[in-house]
Design a protein around this ligand. Structure first.
Ligand SMILES: [Mg+2]
Length: 210
């Protein structure tokens, strides 16, 4: 699929654009769920609570963070620069995410509305993306369909299972974003651990795509 605007780069949202490490740690501390000395990361908080068989509290904490505290979440270092450069180079950027509308436990925050508000404030307001290029789907299947329908040339996601799903479009190049080095053995897939590395990968592609 060719587009007058050059290449189309699709981005996942949670844990690809947005880093929740500091926020999960802070929220867990505020709620007295973790002791001092737990590493400032989402996975460390999850692993601690799971070890103590407190899965329900972990689930409820997720709803709280993605719902009530979303405005405090921060973009990964380098992703804003990447989006700005992509725009400058004439590429089109879209966000395609999937998440449930409401948390599985606890207060029924509207998670789509919270995420969209974050995108509006942090990205749309900064001129980095158009609101109509942002898609929050309810299921993984709908997300994959959207990536295909948009005709993304590239799709960047932190979950290998999205990129290797049978429904992942054959014409889309999948890129794994793996900041926690969780998938070092990802078998031949494009894999980067920082947005700086991703920017570096795209550098020679900008001019080639014109
Ligand atoms: Mg994700």
């Amino acid at each position: 699929m060719t587009r007058p605007g050059g290449m189309l780069i699709g981005l996942d949202f949670d844990n690809t654009i947005v880093s929740y490490d500091v926020l999960f740690h802070r929220a867990a501390q505020e709620k007295g769920l973790i002791p001092d000395g737990i590493v400032e990361s989402k996975l460390a908080v999850r692993d601690y609570l799971r070890r103590l068989d407190r899965e329900d509290e972990w689930t409820e904490l997720q709803g709280y963070v993605y719902g009530a505290r979303m405005a405090d979440a921060r973009a990964y270092e380098g992703v804003i620069d990447f989006m700005r450069e992509a725009r400058r180079q004439g590429a089109l950027v879209a966000i395609v995410s999937h998440k449930t509308k409401h948390p599985f436990r606890g207060p029924q925050y509207d998670l789509h509305e919270a995420a969209r508000a974050w995108v509006t404030t942090q990205l749309v307001g900064a001129g980095l993306i158009e609101a109509q290029e942002v898609f929050f789907e309810l299921t993984k299947e709908a997300k994959l369909r959207r990536v295909g329908a948009l005709g993304c040339d590239y799709f960047i996601d932190d979950l290998p299972e999205i990129l290797s799903a049978p429904a992942f479009p054959a014409t889309t190049t999948g890129i794994l974003f793996d900041p926690d080095y969780a998938h070092a053995q990802s078998g031949g897939k494009l894999r980067f651990t920082s947005w700086g590395e991703i920017a570096h990968y795209f550098e020679p592609l900008w001019t080639a795509s014109r």
